[in-house]
Design a protein around this ligand. Structure first.
Ligand code: HEM
Length: 335
């Protein structure tokens, strides 16, 4: 303990005399919310980085640098992005054998489609005159255009497959059961919007395959119950070939300029927006439903809030004792 007190982390010169943003309580240090951020530890609040860099580091991060359980938790809870994760997680939730990782992979490929899709938008005009030419131009003239297009295309295809696999895993592990019924319901809409994204994107290259596939698809929509003029219940709702779901999608009697514009707006704005909102709800529910489903943890492995709090308190006491020169207290548990 006493050895480490004189030895700053990372081999940096010990500099505790400056205006520490992240001073511990015994030095009067508080974080931006007014809460204590812990005492000066053996290696200083931020790994004892000197001068300006120390100040910059402490203005961004509210935890110290050393690898303790408490700091690992603070790294998660005090970070804008990481705090979406729980500070602790159950072991089986990390087992690939249980989750297949397909939810995470679905999200990853969705992000790939978002980024590459925005790049494609710089080169693409959604009109019958330009759409096909712009795709060819993108492939053959634009630097990295071919790879961008194919990354978007393959990530889109992959997403359909991985979302199905994720749903299959959730079904096979019975994870749709209470208390996760609502998240299953949200998931069904996620699948629907994933398929709609795939369908609307199919028209955009404006080649023969695209035009005829969407002709077939929208003709099927004309036979939808109540919504299509050829479907059952059309008499009840009074829809005609000019007012049914097919006409709404195409903006006219057949696939043409208005259809490509509608599919473009649906594909690039409307559907990704709704899917993103649903994803936020989905992830939030995973946390609120108690994390990934699975068997209860064995008692000795359960990282309950109480045990974490006890460990943290013991570590804090040990560090305080070390910093003030009092006899060291051996932390119980922790890292
Ligand atoms: C865009 C599509 C989707 C994404 C990105 C997504 C993402 C995720 C992620 C990251 C998890 C955490 C655990 C894991 O990876 O398995 C999860 C859990 C879950 N998902 Fe999805 N999901 C999607 C679609 C669906 C669908 C289609 C369903 C079912 C109809 C569904 C139902 C669930 C349920 C019930 C859980 C909790 C599982 C558990 O606690 O074991 N999700 N999802």
């Amino acid at each position: 303990m006493s050895e480490r007190r004189d030895e700053p982390a990372n081999g940096a010169p010990d500099d505790r005399s400056g205006d520490d943003v992240a001073r511990g309580p015994e030095a009067g240090g508080v974080d931006s919310d007014g809460g204590s951020i812990g005492p000066m530890g053996p290696s200083g609040p931020i790994g004892a980085r000197p001068g300006l860099w120390r100040h910059v580091y402490a203005s961004i991060f509210r935890h110290r640098f050393d690898d303790t359980r408490r700091n690992r938790m603070l790294q998660i809870t005090s970070n804008s992005f990481l705090h979406l994760h729980p500070a602790t997680t159950r072991r089986h939730g990390l087992r690939l054998r249980f989750t297949w990782g397909m939810g995470g992979v679905s999200f990853l490929v969705f992000l790939v489609t978002l980024v590459t899709g925005v790049v494609l938008m710089f080169y693409y005009r959604p009109t019958a005159l330009f759409a096909y030419l712009d795709m060819k131009n993108l492939e053959h003239e634009v630097p990295f255009g071919m790879i961008m297009r194919n990354m978007h295309r393959w990530a889109g295809h992959a997403m359909v497959i991985t979302v199905w696999l994720h749903m299959l895993r959730v079904f096979l592990s019975g994870s749709y059961k209470s208390p996760r019924e609502f998240n299953w319901f949200v998931g069904v809409w996620l699948l629907t919007f994933t398929l709609l994204l795939s369908f609307t994107g199919y028209l955009l290259p404006w080649d023969q395959l695209a035009q005829w596939a969407v002709t077939v698809g929208t003709n099927m929509a004309a036979a939808a119950p109540f919504l299509g003029h050829e479907g059952p219940g059309a008499g009840l709702t009074g829809v005609t070939d000019r007012t049914d779901i097919r006409a709404l999608l195409l903006g006219g009697p057949q696939v043409g300029d208005p259809a490509i514009l509608r599919f473009y707006v649906l594909h690039c704005v409307f559907l990704p927006l709704i899917l993103s909102v649903l994803l936020v709800v989905h992830f939030w529910r995973v946390r609120k439903d108690g994390g990934i489903s699975g068997p209860p943890e064995p008692v000795e492995e359960a990282a309950t809030l109480e045990s974490v709090a006890a460990t943290t308190a013991a570590q804090t006491a040990a560090e305080t004792a070390g910093a003030t020169g009092s006899p060291a207290v051996t932390p119980t548990g922790g890292s």
